[in-house]
Design a binder for this molecule. Structure first.
Ligand SMILES: Nc1nc2c(ncn2[C@@H]2O[C@H](COP(=O)(O)OP(=O)(O)O)[C@@H](O)[C@H]2O)c(=O)[nH]1
Ligand SMILES: [Mg+2]
Length: 191
């Protein structure tokens, strides 16, 4: 079974549309990851209206993925904030070889989670500690510490190492996420 089919099967219990936001700093591996997840037949929509702002989207049946680059400057933040209300889960991609920008990524995460549309909802958060194949990459535990993920106590989160090029780790992460989305919808999605 193809990966996308498996995702759809995992989400098959849901009648509602599922929107997943894929976010993280530029160069973390989001586009590569999403290209790995999406079925080859799906229509993809990509716009790059201006340098520093990039959005990609694909949907098939009732599964929708939206990908944003965080510029680290917040200049374009208002362009994606309106998506927050309609998402059921967030995939946060971290370049585990980029230890220099780990604190930037951590700050962006804090800003994201304190947004009014997200702070009152217990959306599951999946972290990919990506580029695990690169020698010298931080381990998921090191990324977890650097990102201060243990401070997140009010929503389910999970971190897993991934290689977005081969897809290693992606399936495990998405399986965890689909389970949490289903649990959340059964509870009504509130804290
Ligand atoms: N070695 C390795 N390279 C990766 C991995 N994921 C992404 N890349 C590379 O990192 C660069 C940035 O990836 P991209 O998906 O464009 O990042 P985005 O800016 O977050 O969309 C590209 O050259 C990718 O080929 C990975 O898991 N391992
Ligand atoms: Mg990209």
């Amino acid at each position: 079974m193809g990966f996308f089919k498996k995702i759809q099967k995992a989400f098959g219990m849901l009648r509602q549309e599922v929107r997943i936001l894929v976010i993280g700093l530029d160069n973390s591996g989001k586009t590569t990851l999403i290209n790995h997840i999406k079925p080859s037949s799906s229509s993809t929509f990509e716009v790059t209206p201006t340098v520093g702002y990039n959005v990609e989207e694909f949907s098939k049946n009732n599964l929708n993925f939206t990908v944003f680059d965080m510029s680290g400057e917040g200049r374009y933040r208002n362009l994606w904030e309106h998506y927050y209300e309609s998402v059921q889960a967030i995939i946060y991609v971290i370049d585990s070889t980029d230890s220099l920008r780990l604190c930037v990524s951590s700050d962006e995460l804090s800003t994201l989670l304190s947004h009014p549309s997200l702070s009152s909802r217990s959306l599951p958060l999946l972290f990919f500690s990506n580029k695990m194949d690169v020698p010298g990459a931080l381990s998921p535990v090191e990324v977890m510490k650097g990102m201060e993920l243990e401070e997140i106590k009010d929503r389910p989160w999970h971190i897993t190492a991934s290689n977005a090029i081969t897809g290693a780790g992606v399936e495990e992460g998405v399986a965890w996420l689909s389970e949490k989305i289903i649990e959340n919808q059964e509870r009504g999605g509130h804290k």
